[in-house]
Design a protein around this ligand. Structure first.
Ligand SMILES: [Zn+2]
Length: 196
């Protein structure tokens, strides 16, 4: 064992990354300290900056450094359409199709009762508030076609219909079990056009 409390602290900190166990945390720490001190400094500064500056958009909940993100600030978009996605990567996939010109709400997750992720954790209250701004007339549910994504869409859909909003779901055609991020653009664009 190496004799350094700083090294121990680094390994402990790296273990907080998802999917990183004790062994790979040690390997990463040794690598940075032995071969890449510049990289270590860079990583440390980037982490600190991001942890300090990145926050959630007040309107759509995505990551941004300003109170409101650039997409929400774009006044040329169609304010009657609000598309609900799980992650910023899913939003980016929809944006790349060029087939949607409304606004988004980014859940930053999905309902997952077994992992203790309920309506509160994914900010559903904020979504409901956003959807009832008086301008939105259709909410398009574009959560992933996984079991959890479908369950999330179901819960949100029911709640929004009760509030008198029109709710649509991306059409099938996106393969079951798939995450939007990895589906080709044409398929997503079709799913958007054929939504019901
Ligand atoms: Zn936003």
């Amino acid at each position: 064992m190496a004799d350094s409390s700083s090294l121990d602290a680094l390994v402990e900190a790296l273990r907080r990354l998802p999917g990183v166990g004790a062994k790979s945390a040690s390997r990463m720490a040794f690598h940075m300290l032995q071969h890449d001190r510049d990289g270590a400094q860079l990583l440390s500064r980037a982490l600190q900056q991001a942890a300090q500056n990145v926050r959630h958009c007040e309107r759509c909940n995505t990551f941004t450094e300003a109170p409101v993100c650039n997409v929400c600030l774009d006044v040329r978009r169609d304010a009657t359409k609000l598309c609900v996605v799980e992650t910023p990567a899913d939003q980016a996939a929809l944006e790349r199709t060029g087939a949607f010109r409304g606004y988004y709400f980014v859940l930053m997750g999905k309902l997952s009762p077994l992992d203790g992720i309920g309506p509160k954790e994914i900010g559903l209250a904020r979504l409901f508030e956003r959807a009832q701004d008086g301008q939105v007339s259709e909410v398009i549910l574009a959560t992933n076609f996984t079991a959890e994504g479908e369950a999330t869409a179901h819960v949100i859909g029911e709640a929004l219909r009760q509030r008198g909003l029109t709710v649509t779901r991306l059409a099938r055609g996106v393969p079951a079990g798939s995450e939007l991020e990895y589906v080709d653009l044409g398929t997503i664009a079709h799913a958007l056009v054929d939504r019901r």
